[in-house]
Design a protein. Structure first.
Length: 438
């Protein structure tokens, strides 16, 4: 399968090149030239399959012509070795808990899949040489850095550089990517998250630098990061089908850069019978405004309690436009939108805790509330619970006025020793650092 750029000003590339490059040379996002359909037979008995079996079928359709079947199976089975429970909250609403991976973030799946794919490509050595490393640059406000660092830990031929804003990530998040060592380096930037992102962007744009180094991104702009997220949607459908409730399934996705939602749109185009989507946002409601007005007006992000969704110019917006041939009518009939202010998010967390004894995290709370507000009587709603509430202790505990249990997986990170390199926010400094790599 070939991949084209959403800007359509650069040549089509192979999967391997798309993954290694991250962004197309015309700065567009890569899209598969064709979206494969899965056979009706697959959907008829999908409820009998495990998550791994479903994911393997889906990934064969996308990646099967470039990766040998046994290798792909190994990558999928190795990536998805944890549970993804569907938890019923009301008769109409369930949560698909995507946070049971190693860093308790839904990004674990995409990060692990991409790491294994990249590891396979570096060993195969058709684009990169034996002694050459691929350098993954990732700017993080918390969650992405930990998922990517842990996903790529120990992968040969790949070095990860995590840039994060000094003093602006929680201690537990910082520990998740500064204590690992090996092929993971943490760069503590004296600046904001936006500064970190600007440094990474400058490095990708720096032609001279890119002549000597393989630099790639592990954000959801990378096809290997976002496409595997389509597995969730098939799995959610299979779980509802088991209960005989899959006929009018609506999926609600707490969204920031819209990688996750875009993966869901791909699943539907592959034939998955999803009735519709809801994009749930916090106060950063650029996409909601687009759905309402047809005009896309990016603006600087503002800080909220659901900080992984604090995005003012979602990077996958162009993919959504491309997927629907820029047809606003189609996009706005397929996807509904909702957004919530911090107080509303907190109210939802408290209400669901009191009424159903289910603890939402601030991102999932937007998802749940959007289903409450928008679901029609005959519909079944599934929202993606994207993070474990213990990752947002400072927000969640005061709301419910109770201590919550921190899972062992998170606690064990706290024992490690922080190691990071300090850096100022000037591109010159970051460039010097990168030039010294090999
Ligand atoms: C990254 C993230 C999101 C947003 O996902 P996108 O694919 O960027 O839309 C939502 N919730 C949590 C907890 C996240 O970490």
């Amino acid at each position: 399968m070939k991949y084209y750029s959403t800007n359509k000003k650069s040549p089509e590339v192979s999967l391997e090149q798309a993954v290694i490059q991250g962004l197309a040379s015309d700065k567009g996002l890569f899209m598969p030239e064709e979206i494969p359909s899965l056979p009706a037979k697959f959907f008829e008995s999908i409820e009998q399959l495990t998550f791994q079996e479903i994911a393997f079928e889906v990934s064969l359709a996308f990646f099967g012509d470039e990766i040998p079947e046994n290798k792909l199976k190994e990558i999928v089975y190795d990536t998805l070795n944890f549970d993804v429970p569907l938890v019923r909250i009301t008769s109409q609403i369930s949560a698909l808990e995507l946070f049971h991976g190693p860093t308790l973030a839904f990004k674990d799946v995409g990060a692990r899949f991409m790491a294994r794919l990249l590891g396979y490509f570096t060993q195969r050595q058709s684009v990169v040489d034996e002694d050459q490393n691929i350098h993954v640059l990732v700017a993080t406000s918390g969650d992405t850095g930990s998922a990517v660092a842990n996903g790529f830990l120990g992968v040969r031929g790949v070095k990860v550089h995590v840039l994060y804003p000094k003093g602006k990530v929680s201690e537990i998040q910082e520990k998740q990517f500064t204590t690992l060592g090996e092929n993971i380096t943490a760069l503590e930037v004296d600046g904001t998250f936006d500064d970190c992102q600007a440094l990474v962007k400058s490095a990708f744009m720096d032609e001279e630098l890119n002549e000597g180094l393989f630099l790639t991104s592990a954000n959801s702009i990378n096809v290997a990061r976002f496409l595997p997220q389509s597995f969730y949607y098939f799995y959610a459908y299979a779980q509802l089908k088991k209960e005989g409730k899959s006929d009018s399934m609506v999926v609600c996705v707490p969204s920031g850069n819209f990688g996750n939602l875009t993966a869901g749109l791909f699943a539907k185009k592959m034939g998955l019978p999803i009735k519709g989507f809801i994009a749930a946002n916090n106060r950063n409601d650029v996409f909601y405004q687009y759905l309402k007005t047809g005009e896309y007006i990016p603006r600087p992000s503002v800080t909220t309690v659901a900080n992984a969704m604090d995005v003012g110019d979602p990077s996958n917006f162009d993919r959504i436009l491309d997927l629907y041939g820029d047809n606003y009518e189609e996009i706005s009939s397929e996807i509904k939108g909702a957004f919530y202010l911090d107080d509303e998010i907190k109210n939802t967390i408290l209400k669901v805790w009191n009424e159903y004894n289910y603890l939402l995290d601030p991102h999932g709370a937007c998802g749940y509330q959007a289903l409450v507000d928008l679901l029609k009587e005959d519909e079944q709603g599934v929202f993606l619970e994207t993070a474990h509430p213990a990752k947002f202790l400072e927000t969640v505990e005061p709301i419910i006025e109770e201590k919550i249990e921190v899972p062992d997986k998170l606690q064990s990170f706290m024992k490690g020793e922080k190691q990071s390199l300090s850096m100022d926010k000037e591109y010159k400094s970051f460039r010097t650092y990168l030039l010294a790599l090999e």
